[in-house]
Ligand binder design. Sequence first.
Ligand SMILES: Cc1cc2nc3c(=O)[nH]c(=O)nc-3n(C[C@H](O)[C@H](O)[C@H](O)COP(=O)(O)O)c2cc1C
Length: 359
Amino acid sequence: MLFTPFKVGSLEIPNRVCMAPMTRARWHLPDLVPQYYAQRATAGLLIAESSAVAPLSVSRDFGGRMDEDRWIAPWAKVADEVHAAGGRIFQQLYHLGRKSDPTRMPNGAQPVAPSAIACTGQIMGKQGAMVDFATPRALEISEIAEIVEQFRAAAVRSKAAGLDGVEIHGANCYLIDQFLRDGANKRTDAYGGAVANRARFLLEVTDAVCSVFGADRVGVRVSPHATADGTSDSDIVTLYGHVAEQLSARRIAYFHLVEAIDYGVARRSPPPSTPLVMPTVRAAFAGPLMVNGGYTAETAEAVIAVGRADLVSFGELYIANPDLVTRLYNNGPYNPRDQATVYGGGEKGYLDYPSLTVV
Ligand SMILES: Cc1cc2nc3c(=O)[nH]c(=O)nc-3n(C[C@H](O)[C@H](O)[C@H](O)COP(=O)(O)O)c2cc1C
């Protein structure tokens, strides 16, 4: 099943293996980025790294951005090279909100969020030392509309660059996720309180982006089980069930569900006591469901075969295995990943992982 064609919105894809969005922090060397994605063009769908839609959304150096017109040309090269290699590529758009790096904020501005509550933990700051996250400033209601507009404007740039679509990053405790969850959103206006209010920002962003690309070229990613930096919610089943139902009515291209709690070296699955969101989402969302988080060839095949999902995205395996589709098909072998070159650096650990030689 994993290797059978599928239709994502209006896009025909040759297999169900998708590349999960991954920040690799190589934009100081923009000529490398198109090659990296083109090497991986056999994926059914590539989802390019999170790209910031606003100047107040900042983190590590050389991450993806789409907040200015000057990013159109370099992303057009990405789209062109992927298309020349026979692939299809969406770009992930995001706003970090309270997870913005306080040491990198323009003119020392304060990060913004639904409520003035800092996330827990620290971030690697500009000077190379860990710093606490800042207490953010709660957005005025008029500013929320401005950020919706920033998402729309970024999607206009993505379209001008020739990308095949965009994925809205509603996952991993960034701004949209901060609005969704009652642990981070204590607003008492139309954007806080009831689930329908907390989902309003995501849905407004979705409608704005769909007005640019058409809903059939827009995906949305969520991660109900992620609780990084203290972004918790008291009832994820009701929250994400509502989100799935609303997005289903909008007929977006796909719903991208990150199932794991966290990612990185010590990735953990939700503990058995956590209510799983997947069955609720599957029932509420009529379109294609993409799942993510620790999948292998075997488990990806199984999740599609039993009808729990339509597509599977792979993150870490794609770092070191540009021809992952072939390797999954053959059940390996997989190149080991060089941890030191995951974020930042040059060609090493980015463009030099070998493909299998077919004899
Ligand atoms: C180096 C790295 C960068 C990542 N960057 C992003 C990102 O930009 N956007 C996002 O939604 N998730 C990001 N993730 C999470 C992955 O998309 C994925 O959810 C995670 O790796 C779990 O999938 P896997 O088990 O197949 O690796 C990143 C993960 C890694 C390892």
